[in-house]
Ligand binder design. Structure first.
Ligand SMILES: [Zn+2]
Length: 134
C-alpha cells in the first residue's frame, strides 16, 4: 500500500512561484471556497496556496508511472491514489505523449519482437514493436 506522503509546500511560507521559482508572487483574490490565490509577476500564472485535490500534487505523475510498471489497472490506480479514473487516464495520455523515442545508434545489433492486435474490430489492426539493444 502506498502511503500518503502528499506534502503541501505552502507558497505563503516559501514565497516562491512553483512554476518558474521566481520570488515575485503577490496575492490575487480568492476562490469560491475562500482559498487564497497567488499570481506570479514573472510568468503570470495563478496558483493556490495548497491544493486539496490530490491530482494536483507534483508527485502524482511519477506515482502513476510506478503503478503502471507494477501492472495496476486504471480503476485500481484511481483507488490507490484516491483520484478519479478519468484523471488517471488523462495523466497516462499526457505522460505517453511526452515520451521521447530513443535514438538508435547505427551499426549495432538489435533484437526485435512484434505483436499484432486489433482495436475494436478486425479491420483496425495495430502493431506493437519491442526493440532490445544487445
Ligand atoms: Zn512564476
Amino acid at each position: 500500500m502506498i502511503e500518503n506522503h502528499y506534502r503541501c509546500v505552502r507558497v505563503s511560507d516559501t514565497g516562491i512561484c512553483p512554476f518558474c521559482y521566481s520570488g515575485k508572487i503577490i496575492r490575487n483574490g480568492s476562490t469560491k471556497t475562500r482559498k487564497q490565490q497567488y499570481i506570479c509577476k514573472n510568468c503570470h500564472k495563478r496558483f493556490l496556496d495548497c491544493y486539496t485535490y490530490k491530482a494536483y500534487h507534483s508527485n502524482i505523475n511519477p506515482l502513476i508511472i510506478q503503478l503502471i510498471k507494477e501492472g495496476l489497472g486504471i480503476r485500481s490506480m484511481a483507488r490507490v491514489l484516491q483520484i478519479s479514473a478519468t484523471t488517471v487516464l488523462r495523466r497516462i495520455k499526457s505522460i505517453a505523449e511526452n515520451i521521447v523515442p530513443p535514438v538508435l545508434p547505427f551499426g549495432k545489433i538489435y533484437e526485435l519482437d512484434e505483436m499484432r492486435f486489433f482495436i475494436r474490430k478486425k479491420s483496425n489492426p495495430m502493431w506493437l514493436f519491442m526493440l532490445l539493444i544487445k
